[in-house]
Design a binder for this molecule. Structure first.
Ligand code: NAP
Length: 319
């Protein structure tokens, strides 16, 4: 089968298109014929060597969607030919086939495209983990989705709106702002316009946000702490470096900074998350937004694009 492999850590140029054997499913495993692959920023960090212990060569990629090609002994949750999205895998998603354990494969409703399915795994799981499990938000609370135009941001806006939270989102372009508004944010601000955090604060009428989902904590953490309400929580989702904060900003408000990592979740937490995502996809209030698709052989170009400014949803690869 065709697959992208990384033999040595490095820039996008280390993503090599190769022919490798297709892995057969053992007991409890599912082989998925991949129709679309989700590109996540974490794919670029792993490619660059953020986890030095990763055994090379490896096939990158956490998210995919397609049809079940074959199943191993004992698999009962899915059948051959069924449309699925995958969340995590055993062999790497940047390929024509991906091997998963049974718990990593979830039904994809007929009315969603495979590209939309490939946009589900990491982004919606992160959004749910942040809003409901780490921030423990309650209906009526307010949330600032700081970086709402990308994969995680739009998923967060959709979940938050459906749950009855008051949502403000940010984006760095006019088109991004429009998209965030179309996906359910009550207020939208451009995070590249000077003074936008004062405008965000004014929207809360001095009360502050109950929750802030932060996509770029190294740039923003110190600046958003004064925007929290009493007992407010910042959930650090993304960060690409160090941050300066004034600890006093946390003291007066008795507010919290909480991290999140999808890689820490227990099987039962993951199962709960994907039950919630499945319900939202079927009900229609979760609608994955795909910005652009690239052929699999252009994975290097997609890795440059996923880190560029001007997000409009998710990037996908098509094998
Ligand atoms: P993405 O699709 O590339 O979106 C990036 C988002 O960040 C866009 O909305 C972008 O807006 C926004 N952004 C850019 N500059 C910003 C600024 N100065 N202030 C606030 N936001 C800004 O990426 P993603 O998939 O949504 O992931 C977002 C981040 O979360 C990444 O760093 C990713 O690695 C991380 N993440 C972490 C976990 C975890 O488990 N902790 C899981 C998933 C993702 P514009 O492009 O419109 O400017």
């Amino acid at each position: 089968m065709k697959a992208i492999r990384v033999h040595e850590f490095g820039g996008p140029e280390v993503l090599r298109l190769e022919q490798i054997p297709c892995p057969p499913p053992a007991g409890g495993q599912v082989l998925v014929k991949v129709a679309a692959i989700g590109v996540n920023p974490v794919d670029t960090y792993l490619r660059s060597g953020s986890n030095a212990s990763l055994v090379r060569p490896f096939v990158p990629g956490l998210d995919a969607a397609g049809t079940v090609e074959s199943i191993g002994e004992g698999v009962t949750r899915v059948r051959t030919g069924e449309r699925v999205y995958t969340a995590g895998n055993l062999s790497g998603a940047y390929a024509e086939f991906v091997l998963c354990s049974e718990s990593q494969v979830h039904p994809l409703p007929e009315f969603l495209t495979f590209s939309q399915g490939a946009a589900v795994g990491v982004t919606y799981a992160t959004a749910y983990r942040a809003l409901f499990q780490r921030a423990a938000m309650r209906a009526g609370e307010s949330v600032l989705v700081h970086g709402a135009s990308g994969g995680v941001g739009l998923a967060s806006v959709q979940f938050a709106r459906a749950a009855g939270f008051r949502v403000t989102g940010t984006a760095g372009t006019e088109r991004g702002c429009l998209l965030v508004s179309q996906n359910g944010a009550e207020h939208v601000l451009n995070h590249l316009v000077p003074g936008y955090l004062d405008a965000a604060s004014a929207l809360t009428l001095g009360q502050g946000f109950d929750v802030i989902l932060e996509m770029l904590a190294n740039v923003n953490l110190g600046r958003v702490l004064p925007l929290l309400s009493r007992n407010g929580r910042v959930i650090v989702i993304g960060s690409r470096g160090r941050a300066d904060i004034v600890p006093r900003d946390l003291m007066f408000r008795e507010s919290d900074v909480r991290g999140i990592s999808l890689f820490n979740l227990s099987d039962s937490e993951l199962a709960a998350i994907h039950h919630a995502i499945g319900a939202g996809l079927r009900a229609g209030f979760l609608r994955p937004v795909v910005a652009q698709s690239f052929p699999l052989e252009d994975a290097a170009r997609a890795h440059v694009a996923v880190l560029a400014q001007g997000a409009l949803g998710k990037l996908v690869l098509v094998p």
